[in-house]
Design a protein. Sequence first.
Length: 168
Amino acid sequence: MFSKSKINEPGPKAADTAKPAAPEAKAPAAPKGADMTSTAPKAKPPASVLSSDLHIQGNLKTSGDIQVEGSVEGDIRAHLLTIGETATIKGEVVADDVVINGRIVGRVRGLKVRLTSTARVEGDIIHKTIAIESGAHFEGSVQRQDDPLAGKAKNPAPAPAPAAAQKV
């Protein structure tokens, strides 16, 4: 019994206290510098959730993640955008990852676009990769681009060329 008590209390605590003494000296040095600051940006914040009773009129822009359950009348730009089953978006959606469970009326631009079986999309989809589950409703065109997030500059260039060809 005495050995158990001695092992559980003084032995490990003394050893742990003695060993972390050197790291503790290093630990205060870390918070003084940019280590704490660099640790905070590295930690990924949770997605912002727009609840089902929320109606937004206006544009949303973030470098983080958004989960929409309500309705948005405006454009949305995010890193990861999840459209919930109860959500309705009327506007352009631009994100690295787009997961659509609800309804979008407007253009969708994303590196990865996924339409689940409950998705309802009315508009064009410009993507690098796309997945459409059975049961998804989609009306519009699909176009693959290597960089769909910066594809607006590519669209005007081809348009004048055919117009010039028609005039000649």
